[in-house]
Design a protein around this ligand. Structure first.
Ligand SMILES: [Zn+2]
Ligand SMILES: [Zn+2]
Length: 363
């Protein structure tokens, strides 16, 4: 399947090559279909930037994708924030490739994905750099600018590293899971947020992509990295309507599969691959020393990915207003206004959406 993607890619590159001078570089941005997660690979002038790596269930796909592209070194790696659906696959990427500079908003986090990411970094002798607003780096002929500033946000999603990748007249904005508060902070930062392509924040969830933010970015295209029939209900109808109202062309990994974007610095071209990787790794991944790692202990269901057709069970109720979540038996639920009630299917989801546990029922 990847061969077909590459054939289509080569065709586009050839088209661009005909239109431009032979020495002109092409930037390629791959938005990998990692189900309910984020993973992107950007290549320009022989250099590679990887932004997030998806969850554990798609790590084998990420590993093989890097191998198929022939990438042996990731010059820059960004973990936008330490949630498993973004960081787990980066640990796998470190098994496939050498790494240059590694960026994360935090140097430590108590989570399985981040821990295995840290272990792999240690094996590679690489350290985490915490970037600051206005920092830049060169990726071939492209310039990558960090727009976010590390802050102690209440929600880990808002801590997401936000970067803009500029190549000639084309710009891409990657926002990780940044929510409304982080968007507001970016808006008041005075940084130039304009971009042709927006990787939509938090998988298109309701808690990101404000009208003001979309207006400031003013994208022509939006990419939503989201899992088919995901339990979070991403992307939210309101987000899709917001993008539609702003006349943005929306591409979604759950519908279009892995999405490839090409730019010669002036034009943008997209290839929808419809490529759907299998969710769970079929075989164990090889380790750098050639031995096999044990098969993953977590089943897809245990990793928070219900089997197709599985009934979702409401486990907790969150309060949209107070951002506190409660056990189903907590008396506080009775005092809650219906419009503020949010049904939650796991503790992990509650935390990921920015809810804090109730001090009364301690869910
Ligand atoms: Zn996420
Ligand atoms: Zn997150």
């Amino acid at each position: 399947m990847l061969k077909r993607i590459l054939a289509a890619a080569l065709l586009l590159v050839a088209l661009f090559a005909c239109r431009c001078l032979a020495e002109k570089q092409i930037l390629e941005a791959h938005f990998l279909d990692v189900g309910q997660g984020d993973a992107a690979i950007i290549q320009c002038g022989g250099q590679t930037l990887m932004i997030d790596g998806g969850d554990k269930d798609h790590s084998k796909f990420v590993y093989e994708y890097l191998k198929d592209l022939g990438i042996t070194r990731i010059d820059y790696m960004i973990s936008t924030h330490p949630h498993d659906d973004h960081v787990y696959g980066l640990a796998t990427a470190l098994q496939a490739c050498d790494v240059g500079t590694v960026y994360s908003p935090v140097t430590g986090f108590d989570g399985k994905g981040f821990e295995s990411f840290q272990n792999k970094l240690q094996e590679k002798g690489a350290e985490i750099t915490v970037p600051h607003r206005g920092d830049t780096l060169s990726l071939g002929g492209a310039v990558v600018t960090f727009l976010s500033e590390p802050q102690n946000w209440w929600s880990l999603n808002d801590m997401s590293i936000v970067v803009k990748v500029e190549f000639g007249e084309c710009a891409f904005l990657f926002t990780g899971d940044a929510g409304l508060n982080a968007e507001q902070d970016l808006l008041s930062s005075g940084m130039d947020l304009r971009a042709n392509v927006l990787k939509v924040g938090h998988h298109g969830g309701l808690d990101a992509t404000s009208k003001a933010f979309v207006e400031a970015v003013n994208p022509q295209y939006a990419i939503i990295s989201v899992g088919e029939n995901n339990k979070f209900g991403h992307p939210a109808e309101d987000t899709l309507r917001q993008l539609q109202r702003s006349m943005v062309n929306v591409f979604r990994t759950d519908i279009h599969g892995t999405i490839l974007c090409f730019s010669d610095g002036k034009n943008l071209g997209f290839v929808m691959t419809q490529f759907k990787p299998t969710a769970a790794p079929a075989t164990p991944l090889p380790t750098p020393d050639g031995t096999d790692t044990p098969a993953p202990a977590d089943t897809p269901a245990a990793a928070g990915n219900p089997a197709p057709g599985a009934e979702k069970e409401v486990m907790y109720i969150g309060n949209r207003n107070s951002h506190v979540f409660h056990d189903m038996s907590c008396p506080s639920i009775q005092d809650m206004k219906t419009k503020n009630k949010v049904e939650l299917y796991s503790r992990e989801e509650a935390i990921d959406l920015g809810f804090k546990p109730c001090g009364r029922c301690r869910p």
